[in-house]
Design a protein. Structure first.
Length: 370
């Protein structure tokens, strides 16, 4: 994946309103750490402000979500460019450069790069080499126009700035903890907040229409639209259909409960009247419960994740599905486990009870699916 954009690095400031440092509310410990190191009162609203004592020629960006400071960093991208490139990646770059310029000296900055397994170079020379020992000076020479490129390969990201006669390269691992700047407990809380917000939203999605040649006969009148496989052969994004004349209808039929259950989590149409009763199993054995429409739940993960399902029966004869949401860029997963009966599956008014595990190791899948 590659993004090539010419950007201006000087953004207009919004009106600045200050309040006492102790009154600020931070989204996570990383944001709190970076904000407090600035040794200034925190703005109350979205703000871009210069801090000459820290860095010249660049400003510090503050972004809020309902009075919660959710992002802080060296302002390098406009909001529009972040949407075009990748907002979490851009936020990480801004945040990480702020963390580097807050270090006391070159040795501390090199130690911070090593801690996060990040490589920073200027014109091919690594940080700390002769003539390249200040991150602040590096950012100060970045002047418009700037050509920016982001590339992803395996589990590494590469950010490249080209301007004047200079080329700056930042190579970093694509791990959720590094890019999001959160530990598991903080990320679990953020996911729950997202689900709470999403439960009240209006979702209107329709199933894509495909050419008949995409469907393969499975048996009798059941056809399959083959998807991708994730980790184990039984965990797929396959969708199942019944043929009606010359057209195909997504399968949701009591004769085929396993295929029906799988389709329910891979379609935005079948579950319009379904609700989930979710037990969110968070870090530290914290288990809040949330009820929400199924389509709203799926919509939370529709853009940034790939969805895979495995439906079958437990040894006790319960109908069960394992649903895995795999992040497209950072490769971490969320997992939903639901057990029900055939009767409950096809009851419209009864919510389906399930367990939701966020930010879990991938090897956990193999313990659930043999």
């Amino acid at each position: 994946m590659r993004r090539l954009i010419t950007i201006g690095l000087f953004l207009l400031s919004t009106p600045l309103v200050l309040q006492g440092q102790n009154d600020s509310i931070f989204a996570n410990r990383k944001i709190k750490q970076l904000a407090e190191a600035l040794m200034i009162p925190m703005p109350e609203t979205d703000t871009i402000m210069p801090i000459p004592s820290l860095i010249n020629g660049k400003s510090i960006v503050f972004r809020y979500d309902k009075q919660l400071l959710v992002h802080i960093g060296v302002s390098l991208f406009s909001d529009e460019n972040k949407e075009m490139i990748n907002k979490p990646i851009c936020n990480f770059i801004e945040r990480f450069f702020l963390e580097l310029v807050e270090q006391k000296n070159t040795t501390d900055a090199k130690r911070k790069l090593e801690e996060f397994h990040v490589e920073l170079s200027k014109n091919g020379a690594p940080f700390g080499s002769k003539g390249f020992n200040s991150v602040s000076n590096l950012l100060e020479i970045m002047i418009m126009p700037v050509e920016f490129r982001f590339e992803q390969k395996d589990m590494q990201g590469r950010a490249l700035w080209t301007f004047d006669k200079h080329e700056i390269e930042l190579v970093f691992p694509l791990y959720r903890e590094i890019i999001d700047g959160t530990d598991k407990a903080e990320s679990d809380r953020q996911i729950y907040h997202l689900l709470e917000m999403a439960s009240q939203e209006s979702v209107n999605q329709e199933e894509e229409s495909l050419n008949n040649s995409y469907y393969s006969l499975l048996f009798n009148n059941v056809y399959v639209l083959n998807g991708e496989t994730f980790m184990v052969k039984n965990l797929t994004s396959n969708k199942y259909y019944l043929k009606e004349g010359n057209s195909f209808k997504m399968l949701f039929d009591k004769q085929y409960p396993e295929y029906s259950l799988s389709n329910l989590f891979l379609s935005s149409v079948l579950g319009k009247n379904k609700r989930l009763l979710i037990t969110h199993r968070q870090y530290g054995h914290f288990t809040p419960v949330l009820q929400m429409p199924l389509v709203n739940f799926l919509n939370v993960f529709s853009d940034e994740f790939l969805t895979y399902c495995h439906a079958g029966y437990t040894r006790k004869g319960e109908l069960e599905i394992i649903v895995v949401f795999n992040h497209k860029l950072l490769n971490y997963i969320h997992l939903l486990q639901l057990r029900t009966s055939v009767q409950e599956l096809f009851e419209e008014d009864k919510p389906l009870s399930c367990d939701f595990y966020s930010n879990i190791p991938q090897h956990y899948i193999k313990t659930l699916i043999q």
